[in-house]
Every structure is written in C-alpha cells, then in structure tokens.
Write a new protein. Structure first.
Length: 185
C-alpha cells in the first residue's frame, strides 16, 4: 500500500508496522475525526493520529492478520503484537546488525541512546524491545555513534525541560537520525 492512505477503508484488516520502530505492529479497525483506531495486541487498542499514521506506518504484506491473532492466543491478555512479531514473523538473516535503543531505562533518570550490535537471536536478551528506537545501517555505525554522542549531550543539557515540551525536541533529534541512518526492515 502506498504512503498515501487517503482511503483508510483499504487499510482495515491489514497489518502495519512502524517504519522506524519496526517491531511495533498494529491493524487499523476504523478511522474517525483524524484518528486511526487500531488493534495493537491482545485486548489492546490504540488511537494514532491520521497524519502520523500516513507518515510513519507501512503495510506489511508478509503478515496475515488472522495468523497474527492465532499466534497471540499463546500469550497472556494485553500482550502487544510486538512480542509475536519478534518471535514469529521477523526474519532472522543470522547477520550481526546495529540497533539504536535506550540503555539503563530503569537505572537512570536520564537514559542514554546507545548502539548495540548483535544477531537477532541475541537481540531481545540484550535490548528490551520496548526501548528500541531504530535499526541502523550497518555501514554507518561510526558516523551514527558520533551523532548520538552529540545528541546525548544536547539531551542531557535539556533534561530539565518539562517532559511534554521535551518530547517534541527529542522527536526532532530522532527524525535527524532516522533520515541519515535508518535501516529499513
């Protein structure tokens, strides 16, 4: 499906993944008042602003919604589709890849952005899938690390800003990284 999702009815019943948060999986069920209502897991629904949905999500034609729901039966209630995606649908090419994520989220007030290189089989034990920010182009790791070091300094200098205000600032930094270093999965 193209990124021009003006006719949302064509998206209902299909599976979409976030372009940067590749293991973030939803299925649209309705749209109204500028919001896309989605199933995001077992007994989980979420509303995503239409403009963000159009910009940040892409259909994954390799995942059938019925099959995804069948896989979800094995998980407890309120389990996100992310878990089933990681375990059943993401292809493991057996190569080492690089991922940008938060480090020590529970240990620090200010979590750092870090890069971790690993194979998929090791990734979910090394990286909490819910702290993942994006997969990085493997040939640009050194350049990305330099940018992350600078951005972590900027983030630290601005951590006193109220969270709601800081969120937009942080998102701007992420969009720069995404434009330069995102490895599409």
């Amino acid at each position: 499906m193209s990124s021009d999702l003006l006719n949302m009815e064509n998206a209902f019943g299909k599976v979409f993944r976030h372009k940067r948060l590749f293991n973030y999986v939803v299925s649209p069920i309705s749209s109204e008042d500028g919001l896309v209502k989605c199933i995001a897991g077992s007994n989980i629904q979420q509303e995503i602003p239409m403009d963000y949905f159009k910009r940040d999500w892409k259909e994954d034609t390799t995942i059938d919604l019925t099959e995804l729901k069948t896989k979800m039966i094995d998980y407890p209630a309120e389990t996100p589709f992310t878990i089933a995606y990681n375990e059943h649908f993401e292809t493991d090419d057996t190569f080492v890849h690089t991922y940008l994520h938060f480090d020590n989220v529970e240990e620090e007030e200010f979590p750092l952005w870090v890069l971790t290189q690993c194979k998929k089989v090791d990734r979910d034990t090394l990286i909490n899938p819910f702290t993942m920010i994006m997969p990085v182009k493997d040939n640009l790791v050194a350049e990305c690390q330099k940018e992350i070091d600078i951005m972590n300094e900027i983030r630290k200098e601005n951590e006193f800003i109220a969270f709601d205000d800081f969120q937009g600032f942080e998102f701007g930094l992420l969009k720069i990284l995404e434009k330069k270093f995102l490895r599409e999965i």
